[in-house]
Design a protein around this ligand. Structure first.
Ligand code: H79
Length: 585
């Protein structure tokens, strides 16, 4: 079992300040340096993170086919990729533009639906892999204004509707293009981007950043650009709108936020802004006419649970709809959104603007942290009527309440050596995913789940017990995540220790920073497999409950840098305390 995901909340500031960069930059150095160049500032990133829940819209020429080609249901691949999976001959796919007339696309109604769902931002597919622009591009005539009877720019229409409603608006942009690249299909969409293609993309990105008002995020997707191309795509955005958040799927660690795989959630703590993209059904994002859509209530609950899991881990959840070819929203999908919105109405204060709570896995569900309020999402009401919060210590709680349920009784919160315990009654009749809100004074203190010493007094910190911090969004969709930081907590008393790192596969001149209670020391790792050691000191002022041990690349390090060896374990051996000289000796 992994250890609790976070250090005590009340101590985070302390821990960070002891790791400040010597340059005076106000950035802790046990995490990657911010990306260079014009980039969204801290306030923009925070506002983006606070939104928590948004609407993704997959809409394009493919929406007309609804997952059917030549009278056959295309079961392979997502329906927005039917051109590649059917496959549809290129001239016949192009001809779809001639009858694309989405008269029922109603931007104001879509914005109103997003609001009813409790969504705080909208992202529309401006160009998917098929290369068809849903905006008026000057780069070629393959766009909704020049090639269809509809002749109107839907990106513009939705951008304007969002601006009227003060709804942040972003665009999805695929860096691959089956039209322009003459149908070079690769089922994994890991196409290299040719220099001419990169120029074309940059020209279209400049159009999107110039004519559609303020763009909250550009959701780059797929392809396998070179690091220089990823950097160039991100720069094309920021040169025109420095506050636009670029998705991690611009690849090569050039994004302003990390994107999980399609319908995926992280299983570890995350330090960077991140988002989980989700579709109503895992099989498709674009409209699929033959999709079985049943159990509406189950789908609403599934999405509330996904939203809560993502937000409780500190992320943003973006949920997709796939309108039909005529622009209408699928009624089932609208109902799901409204169902989530009905739940969010009384529970929104537990979602928007909150942070991950510094707690480990909870038996009853999930938690978020608001300003001096802890929110507990009760997925499984406990049989004994008590919500257990392992590790919570030295915190003064006030009177709790159940959001949206004035009748429910929240009893006292007791705090003992094992944690805090909240008595609640009547949660089983409180509807789906009730939320208990408990105010507290000052900071929430949490005793981390810490490794105990063996009988010899040594501490063995196995890699399986560490919290892993991962780099995502490397060279492409299939690039495995890598580890940039390992963190443990250890039941280590005051004094000095010999710390030994056991590792494999260190590259030549490999070096680590070993952080003990927020104090870094560099440690060279001889190449290959081996051990390396140094002397460390416990600092109970910085970390009163347990020693915190972290391994990172040598600071300052960059986004995407990884640990320079496979770490297997860390061992801490207490050093004998120097004998106290006799008084006056
Ligand atoms: O726009 C949506 C997808 O079309 C796009 N990203 C989301 C937001 C996307 N394009 N490619 N990929 C995602 C990755 C490819 C994933 C695959 Fe598969 C999943 C390859 C194999 C399994 C989909 C299903 C394609 C083939 C089967």
């Amino acid at each position: 079992m992994r250890l609790s995901r976070f250090a005590a909340a009340g101590l985070l500031a302390l821990a960070a300040s002891s790791g400040m960069a010597a340059t005076g930059a106000n950035v802790p150095t046990d995490r990657p340096l911010p990306l260079a160049g014009p980039r969204p500032d801290a306030a923009t990133v925070q506002a983006w993170q606070a939104r928590k829940f948004g609407l993704f819209i997959h809409f394009g020429l493919y929406s007309q086919l609804g997952g059917v080609w030549d009278g056959k249901r295309i079961t392979q691949g997502y329906s927005e990729q039917i051109q590649s999976f059917a496959p549809v001959p290129i001239d016949q796919y192009e001809a779809l533009a001639k009858r694309f007339d989405p008269e029922k696309f109603d931007p104001d109604a879509i914005v109103a639906l997003a609001k009813a769902a409790g969504m705080k931002f909208i992202v529309l597919t401006a160009k998917h892999h098929d290369g068809f622009a849903m905006f008026h591009t000057a780069q070629n005539p393959y766009d909704i204004v020049d090639a269809t009877p509809y002749k109107r720019d839907v990106v513009k229409a939705l951008a304007d509707a969002c601006a009227r409603a003060r709804m942040p608006f972003g665009v999805y942009y695929s860096t691959i293009d089956w039209h322009w690249m003459h149908g070079q299909y690769r089922p994994d969409n890991d196409n290299p981007i040719t220099p001419a293609q990169a120029d074309f993309n940059v020209a279209q990105i400049r159009e999107l950043m110039s004519h559609y008002g303020s763009i909250s995020e550009v959701w780059f997707d797929m392809g396998m650009p070179t690091p220089a191309q990823s950097e160039r795509f991100a720069r094309a955005v920021h040169e025109l709108q420095p506050q636009t958040m670029v998705s991690g799927r611009v690849w090569n660690h050039q994004g302003d936020f990390t994107v999980m795989g399609d319908n995926r959630e992280p299983d570890e703590g995350m330090e960077k802004p991140w988002q989980s993209p989700a579709s109503m059904f895992p099989e498709t994002w674009g409209y699929r006419s033959w999709q079985r859509r049943d159990d509406l209530q189950g789908k609403v609950r599934e999405n509330i649970a996904r939203l809560v899991r993502v937000v409780s881990a500190g992320g943003n959840y973006i949920l997709n709809i796939g309108p039909e070819g005529d622009g209408s929203v699928v009624p089932y999908e609208a109902d799901v959104l409204r169902g989530i919105g009905a739940w969010l109405k009384p529970h929104g204060e537990a979602i928007y603007g909150t942070h991950a709570a510094p707690l480990g896995k909870l038996g009853f569900g999930y938690a978020t942290l608001g300003a001096h309020t802890l929110y507990l999402f009760v997925e499984k009401p406990p049989a004994d009527g008590v919500l257990h919060l392992p590790g919570v210590a030295d915190t003064r709680f006030g009177q709790g309440r159940v959001l949206g349920d004035a009748q429910a009784r929240v009893g006292g919160v007791t705090v003992d050596a094992s944690g805090a315990h909240v008595e609640v009654a009547g949660l089983d009749r409180a509807g789906y995913m009730p939320v208990v809100a408990i105010p507290f004074d000052g900071a929430l203190h949490v005793r981390p789940d810490a490794v105990a010493p063996g009988t010899d007094g040594h501490l063995q910190l196995a890699v399986a017990q560490a919290e892993h911090f991962l780099n995502y969004n490397g060279y492409g969709y299939e690039d495995p995540s890598t580890v940039y930081k390992l963190r443990w907590h250890a039941q280590a008393g005051a004094g000095d220790y010999t710390l030994t790192v056991h590792y494999r596969d260190a590259h030549a001149a490999a070096k680590l920073d070993v952080w003990v209670d927020g104090h870094p020391q560099a440690l060279a790792l001889p190449a290959g497999d081996g051990t390396a050691r140094l002397r460390v000191s416990r600092d109970p002022h910085a970390f009163p409950y347990a020693m915190q041990v972290e391994l990172t690349p040598v600071a300052p390090f960059h986004k995407g840098d990884r640990l320079p060896a496979i770490v297997e374990a860390v061992e801490l051996a207490p050093l004998a305390q120097p004998a106290i000289p006799p008084h006056g000796g």
